[in-house]
Design a protein around this ligand. Structure first.
Ligand SMILES: *Cc1c(COP(=O)(O)O)cnc(C)c1O
Length: 474
């Protein structure tokens, strides 16, 4: 194979215009497994994990823990790859703890986060030995009671809201608010005063071992400033905890929200042109984030005479987004007076667009069928809601049957997809080392309707039909 263009480390287009994921032609994957189809590159997952770990570990002398946020891509095989690489995990509830354990992640590298944690999640975390980040004062006693019942000492952290400080100045890309105001309005984390009270309450209970402070503000900016601006507040709160509760955090977690490459999140401003070729220069490289965070944190902790804590990171989208693509086939191409619609078989809801219609992904033609001339079109799914996958995108003028590839769908696509119009979710394929394996099968009618039951009184024949006329659900 003569490779003509490298779109990215794991994506290339050969001289015939065919897209390859690692060494495997996208056309072959579509023929073998059908479309729409999610494809994950295993080597890109590993690279992403290693790159973010090394970016921080090489700049932070006190040690770095990376907890993969499994909600960004909950496939067990994805978790397995990251477990092989040594990543810990950020989990919410029993299902995410369960899957992380099934994939072999050592429980002491798992963290249970979340507001309003159910008893069964706390119990599982306590019994398996995961860390629990308390998100409310009441939770301290709930965790302690479970620890006593299980006769275990439980590792806990405190999830805090940030000091508004410098975050007051930064406005979020997610909302018309400053990041400080956003954090105050959001349900997560303890106010700084309550964080101090929680520390005292935890330290008074021998069945709890307090190890760290936890922040997660989310993805607000694709520039490093957000993380840099967390530093003064973290150092200030750490000092308060030391003075008022007699405890300095041994670890400080910055949460997730790190971005990279073509970052599709909150990018839908209509300006889609020229995206596909932009590789890793679209947002600041992770090393810039690491440099900004580590130097600022080090300075702030040193000037207050605080011991340097272990640094915790919880990347989700940074690890998974760029590792995934979605193959989707063009059906109807309709030319209207106001628009040209390229209609594909993937519902927008299967690309995570149910989460934020403001996300915008780059799209490339995957099967070498791209004509030379380009047109402006809307790429839309088949649903009876407005599922626009790309709005006013400049793409080669493809016709029915063409295979398109939507880039950067590895995060929050399958994990947050819905069954709108009762359409089953696509299969997920893992490509690595020249192999292609199905790691999630396509949903069948039985999967989609498997929860349905018909109550007895509806079996009785009505004027419209005998029940016997109705086909059985497969
Ligand atoms: C969602 C989440 C993350 C991951 O966020 P990304 O933006 O995908 O990096 C990390 N930590 C917590 C607590 C989360 O809820």
């Amino acid at each position: 194979m003569i490779v003509e263009t490298h779109l990215d480390t794991h994506l290339s287009v050969d001289v015939g215009g065919e897209l390859h994921v690692e060494q495997v032609p996208a056309r072959e994957l579509a023929e073998r497994f059908g479309t729409p189809l999610h494809v994950i590159s295993g080597s890109r997952l590993r690279q992403n994990y290693r790159r973010i770990r090394d970016a921080f570990a090489s700049r932070w002398s006190a040690g770095v823990n990376v907890h993969f946020a499994i909600k960004s891509n909950p496939a067990i095989a994805v978790r397995r790859i990251l477990t092989q690489e040594g990543a810990g995990g950020d989990c919410l509830g029993v299902p995410e703890l369960h899957v992380s354990l099934v994939a072999g992640t050592p429980p002491e590298r798992l963290v249970l986060n979340g507001n309003n944690k159910p008893d069964d999640a706390i119990e599982l975390a306590v019994r398996c030995g995961a860390r629990i980040n308390v998100d409310d004062l009441d939770e301290v006693e709930r965790v302690a009671a479970m620890a006593r019942a299980a006769e275990r000492v439980v590792t806990v952290g405190i999830r805090s809201k940030p000091d508004r400080g410098a975050l007051e100045e930064q406005s979020s890309e997610m909302a018309a608010l400053s990041i400080g105001a956003y954090a105050e309005l959001s349900k997560w984390g303890l106010e700084p005063d309550d964080a101090v009270a929680a520390a005292r309450a935890i330290l008074a209970r021998p069945e709890l071992r307090l190890v760290g402070l936890h922040y997660h503000l989310g993805r607000h900016l694709s520039e490093p400033e957000l993380f840099e601006d967390m530093a003064p507040g973290l150092a200030h709160l750490s000092q308060r905890l030391q003075r008022e509760a007699g405890w300095a955090p041994g670890s400080v977690t910055l949460g997730g929200g790190f971005t990279q490459g073509r970052d599709p999140f909150f990018r839908n401003s209509g300006a889609l042109a020229a995206w596909p070729q932009a590789a890793d220069d679209f947002v600041a490289p992770i090393e810039d984030f690491a440099e900004a965070v580590c130097s600022e944190l080090q300075r702030r902790f040193s000037e207050r005479g605080l011991p340097l804590p272990v640094l915790g990171l919880e990347p989700g989208r940074y690890i998974t987004a760029s590792a995934g693509v979605t193959l989707t086939r063009v059906g109807t191409v309709k030319q209207g007076r106001a628009r040209r619609w390229v209609m594909v078989d993937s519902p927008g809801t299967h690309l995570g667009l149910s989460r934020s219609p403001r996300d915008a992904h780059a799209i490339v033609v995957a099967d070498g069928s791209a004509p030379d001339h380009e047109v402006v079109c809307d790429v839309v799914g088949p649903l009876c809601v407005v599922d626009v996958i790309a709005q006013q995108a400049t793409l080669p003028a493809v016709g029915p049957g063409a295979l398109l590839c939507v880039l950067d769908t590895g995060a929050y696509a399958d994990g947050e997809a819905s069954n709108a119009n009762s359409i089953g979710r696509p299969a997920v394929i893992l490509v690595e080392a020249g192999r292609a394996d199905e790691i999630r099968r396509r949903e069948t009618l039985g999967d989609v309707f498997g929860r349905d039951r018909v109550p007895p009184h509806l079996y009785v024949a009505g004027p419209g039909s005998d029940w016997h006329d109705a086909p059985a659900v497969p």
